[in-house]
Design a protein around this ligand. Structure first.
Ligand SMILES: Cc1cc2nc3c(=O)[nH]c(=O)nc-3n(C[C@H](O)[C@H](O)[C@H](O)COP(=O)(O)O)c2cc1C
Length: 284
């Protein structure tokens, strides 16, 4: 088993940590995460990505020199850096793979924060020896969480409404109406895990429409108008990959089989205002 605890517990426990203690990450945890990352290279939609984990020690922060996070992250003791090819589903696959690494780090007792905006890519690009055909959509800071939130943490958390999540009825639908929990059956848990997922600016752009066929769920992005002009990468596609990761890991834990397919069902109705990305077909 990959995780030591139930994935639903790990997902519920994870929250963004922006201030860390100066404590170094122990050798065993470093090795466990590095080992995991070495095999975490193929996304569910087929893109190849690669990840590296760079850590500092309490005495020597040299390894993290030049990794700039614009004052948002205090005392990071490491970073997970990832690169992916600029392919049609590269960003979703990247989101999926990086989130799996974050859940692994959470399971190891480490605090993390996704950074898709507040990082300067050039230092990170050097550390991962970025190739011409690759991009770094985001990085993740890692370390032990301080026990008390810093003023910066409190400010960022309250401006993003970080503790808040949209209601089930705003996210999941069937026949243009909110999906009743009972109709989701055993999929209520994977859907709830999507609801709790992190997203850039906490926009929670995922919308899921249940097909009239049993256990088929179509995943869409509800676009925030104009957003792409402010972002280095299309982070809403990364968010969708994160949602896929929570959904698939929770489904697996529930013993629900299924696979991802890309085939827009052209449902009409509310789907017309959404950006279709991928479908989960259960039972196969
Ligand atoms: C793709 C992505 C990019 C993010 N980029 C940043 C960032 O640049 N700076 C930052 O402080 N937080 C960033 N976050 C963290 C979100 O603000 C945070 O996940 C959200 O507010 C929900 O809070 P939570 O993670 O504590 O549940 C990012 C999250 C995601 C998923």
């Amino acid at each position: 088993m990959l995780f030591n605890r139930a994935i639903t517990d790990i997902i519920r426990q994870r929250k963004s940590i922006r201030s860390y203690l100066g404590t170094s990450i122990e050798k065993e945890k470093n090795e466990a995460l590095t080992h995991f990352l070495s095999a975490n290279t193929t996304g569910p939609l087929g893109s190849q990505a690669r990840f590296t984990f760079i850590t500092a020690s309490r005495e020597d922060r040299g390894a993290l020199k030049g990794l700039i996070t614009y004052g948002m992250i205090k005392n990071p003791m490491g970073f997970i850096i990832g690169a992916v090819g600029n392919t049609p589903y590269g960003l979703e696959d990247f989101g999926y793979l990086m989130e799996k690494a974050i859940l692994m780090a959470t399971d190891l007792g480490l605090g993390t924060c996704w950074l898709g905006g507040t990082f300067n890519s050039s230092g990170f690009a050097r550390k991962i020896a970025l190739q011409n055909n690759e991009i770094i959509p985001a990085v993740t800071s890692v370390g032990y969480a301080v026990t008390k939130l810093s003023p910066m943490d409190s400010l960022v958390r309250s401006s993003a409404g970080a503790n808040k999540r949209k209601l089930w009825s705003a996210l999941f639908f069937k026949n243009d109406k909110p999906l009743p929990t009972e109709e989701a059956g055993a999929y209520a848990i994977p859907l709830e895990m999507v609801r709790l997922a992190p997203s850039a600016n906490n926009f929670q752009p995922w919308r899921i429409i249940k097909d009239s066929k049993d256990d088929t769920y179509h995943f869409y992005i509800k676009r925030v108008p104009g957003l792409k002009f402010f972002m280095k990468s299309d982070l809403q596609r990364v968010d969708l990959g994160i949602a896929m990761c929570h959904f698939a890991l929770a489904a697996d834990e529930e013993g629900l089989k299924g696979s991802w397919h890309i085939h827009d069902p052209r449902l009409g109705g509310i789907a017309d205002k959404l950006d279709y990305r991928v479908t989960w077909v259960g039972g196969k």
